[in-house]
Each structure stands twice: as C-alpha cells, then as structure tokens.
Design a protein around this ligand. Sequence first.
Ligand SMILES: Nc1ncnc2c1ncn2[C@@H]1O[C@H](COP(=O)(O)OP(=O)(O)OP(=O)(O)O)[C@@H](O)[C@H]1O
Length: 250
Amino acid sequence: MSSKVLMAAKGLEIRFGGVVAADDVNIEIHEGHNLAIIGPNGAGKTTFLNICTGYLKPHRGSVTFDGRDVTGLAPRRLVRMGVARAFQIPQLFTEHTVIENLLIAAAAQARRWSPLTPIATIPERGEMLHLLDMVRCAHIADRPVSELPEGQRKLIDIALALALKPKLLFMDEPTSGVASSEKFEVLDIIAKALAEAKVTAVFVEHDIGIVERFADEVAVWNRGEVLFRGVPGEILSHPDVIRDVIGETV
Ligand SMILES: Nc1ncnc2c1ncn2[C@@H]1O[C@H](COP(=O)(O)OP(=O)(O)OP(=O)(O)O)[C@@H](O)[C@H]1O
C-alpha cells in the first residue's frame, strides 16, 4: 500500500491475569484508508483501541503516530497530536444543549475552558455550527442532549471529535444502540463528515453489512491476534472468517 502510514503498532502485548488480550499485534493504519476491526467477543478489539488512544499501556511493543513514538502517552496528549476517540456510549453533557457541548469542547481544546467560563462567551460558535451542519445536526443545536435519540447523540459525538481537529479517529461500535433501520443513514453521515474533514477512521464493528459498505480495509482479530487483513471483498468471503468470525458476530 503506497499511502502514508499514520499509525503503526509493533509487537503489542498485554495480559490481564491469564487472558492474553494482545499477543504480538503488528498493524499499520494508512492515511485515507478507513479500517474496520472485526472479531468475536473478547478477541481484543477494544483493548487495541485502548492502547492506540492512550487508555492502556502495553506490557510490550510500541505505537508510533506520524513517525513519533507515542507508546503509553496519556489520551489528552494524543488528542493534541491528532488522535481522537468516540466511545460506544457518547460522552456528552446531557443537561447541556448540543451547541453548548461543542463550545465546551472547543474551549477545552484551546485550553480556555473552566467551569466558570460563561458558555455564551466562547467564540467558536460559527465553527461549531459548521461541524453540526457536517453531521446534519445544525437544526437541533439548541436542544438539550437529554432529549435526543441515540442516533443523533452518535452524530454529535462525532462533531465533538471533529472539534478536536484529529487526523485519526477511533470509534468503538459507532452504530451500537442505533435502531437497525437508521444504522446505515447514521454511518453514511459520519463517513461523509470524516471524508470532508480528511480524517482517517478505525472502527470496531459487529455488523458485517456496515463493514462491507464503509471500510476500505478489514482486520480480523481473534484471541489477541490479527489473523487477517485486506480489502472487505477478500476478507469477508474468506472461509475461515465466515466460519470463525462472521458466524459468531451476526
Ligand atoms: N481491564 C481489564 N481487566 C481484565 N480483563 C480485561 C480487561 N480488559 C479486557 N479484558 C479481557 O481481555 C479480553 C479482550 O477484551 P476486549 O474488550 O479487548 O475484547 P473485544 O474484542 O473488544 O470484545 P467485545 O467484542 O465483546 O467488546 C477479554 O477476555 C476481556 O475480558
């Protein structure tokens, strides 16, 4: 593959008691190629995301981002370098409105946020409304997050991640909790927004239909190891993947 390597994991190992959650994981993430991570429950997918985003330190191995060793750096330092994360359950202030959530994130990113800051004085309103427009949520800017369905919360979480101006975004099951009739629409909006912002995505996903439609590459995890990696058409039709992974995840 000729595009630039954004992040590279080399020889990652981590154990929890007797469980090996990462066992010599080696993988490169290429700029502009959205990577889906699939695998059965307990395969080590979230552990990999946690290591890459600074929430876990590997016992062995390294992670580089943009050519710099970032192994074990705290999440906030990785965010400042351009590595963001969206969680399975969006981390939003539900008592605040949508735009207030984004303004707080913008002020925090600019190191200007304090709980004493009047939110209305944060200057990035226009920029944040543009991000909401990118995820088709500008019309709900003044609604409290507590009133919104899961699909819109996911989209706002993505807008929040974009407020951090990342180059790479890790998403753990971006459509979990979203009604199945809305999953494709939600991920379609996310994929377009990320492409417009030139953000490369790495996402853990159990829904193979979503993987087929949105991933440029797929990596298959099992028992802490990367078993296969390649384009979706090839990987998702591999008999071993169908037998050992797709059979268990659908
Ligand atoms: N903090 C922890 N303490 C102890 N064991 C852990 C911890 N985190 C993960 N594990 C174990 O490591 C293994 C890999 O977990 P991980 O959450 O990475 O799997 P996963 O592929 O994301 O699974 P799922 O699809 O169910 O979310 C599992 O056996 C899990 O129980």
